[in-house]
Ligand binder design. Sequence first.
Ligand SMILES: Cc1ncc(COP(=O)(O)O)c(C=O)c1O
Length: 376
Amino acid sequence: MAFGWIDEQAEARRRAGLLRTLRPRPADSPLLDLASNDYLGLARHPEVVEGAAGAARTWGGGATGSRLVTGTTELHARLETELADFCGFEAALVLSSGYAANLAAVTALGPHGSLIVSDAGNHASLIDGCRLARGTTQVVGHADPEAVAKALAAHQGEAIALSDTVFSVDGDAAPLARLAGACREHRAGLVVDDAHGLGVLGEGGRGAVHAAGLAGAGDVVATATLSKSLGSQGGVVLGPARVIGHLVNTARTFIFDTGLAPAAAGAALAALRLLRREPERPARVRAVAAELHARLTAEGLAAVRPDAAVVSVRAPSPDAAVRWAADCRAEGLSVGCFRPPSVPDGVSRLRLTARADLSEADIERAVRVVTAVRPC
Ligand SMILES: Cc1ncc(COP(=O)(O)O)c(C=O)c1O
C-alpha cells in the first residue's frame, strides 16, 4: 500500500513515547500560559492587535506577491528601517518567518567552496539552512569557540560560524564575544540567530548581539523572529547594507516567497514601538525567569539557570515528560514539552517560558503545579 511505511513509523513513535498530536487552543483558554513564546505579553496587546487590523484594512489580507514584485509595501520598508535602527544594524530584511530568514541567511552566506561551522545545539532552521547551502558544513560542540576557531583555522577560503544567541532547548546563551573573536582571527563572518534574545536581552530588549557590542559590525549578521517577543509573525535578517542587498538578489526563501502579510508587519511594528516606549518589559521577563528557576530549583527540580526567558526542567524520559506536561494541563497550567528529535542530547524536558505579564501569584501557582505533579 502507498505510504504503508508511514504507519510503521507512527507505531514506532508511539512505542517510544514520541508521537505528536495537535491540540487546538480556544481563544478563551483558561490555562495559565507558560508554553508560548509571547515573552513580553504583547501578542494580544490592544496596540499590537490594532497594528494588525489597521494594516489589514489599509493593505489587505495578503502582500499580493513576492517582495521583488508587488509584496514590498511602504509598511514593510518602515518596519525594516525601524528594526535596523532599534537593533543597531545598518539594514534589515523582513521575511515571512524566522525559519525563512535563517534559510536565507545561511544559504546566501554559505556559497559553494565555503565552510559553515555550526554549533551542535543550533535551531532546526539553521541546521536546514546548512543542508540547503552549497558550502560544506562542519558541526562543532555546543558553545565551544575554541572548536570553532580550530575548524576555521583548518579551512582556506570563505567561512562563516553559525550559532543561536540563546539556545531554544535549555535557554543558555552562546559565548558571543569569544565566537566573534574566533571569527575575526580567521576573517570569517559570524551569523547568529537572536530569536530568543530580541526583546529580552540587551538595553531595552535590543537583543543579545547588541548586548555583546557586536550590532552593526561589518562581519556580523543577525537573524530574528517577529513571532516571540514582538507577538506577531515573520522573520528578519539584520546586517551591513551590502549583505542585505546580496540577500535580496540571491536568497531563495526571500525571492520565491510571498511577502510577509501586512497584518503581521503592522503588528510587529506596533510591538516594536511599544517596546521602545516600555523598556522595562525585558527586565521584567528576565526577573520572572530567574524567579521561576530559583523556586523550581529550591523544590529540588533539575532546572537550568536561564540566560533569557526559557526555563528548562529535565524529565526522566519522553513518556514521563509527556505525562508531566499533561498533568500540569489538567491542573490548569500550560507548559512546553521537548522530546527527541527536538533535543540534540536526547534528554526530554519540560520547557517553561517566562512572560513579562506574569504576576507573582501566577509564578507561585506555576511552581506549585509543576512541583505537585512531578514524576516520582
Ligand atoms: C532559535 C529559533 N530560530 C528560529 C525560529 C523560527 O522562527 P519562526 O517561528 O518565526 O519561523 C525559532 C522558533 O520558532 C527559534 O526558536
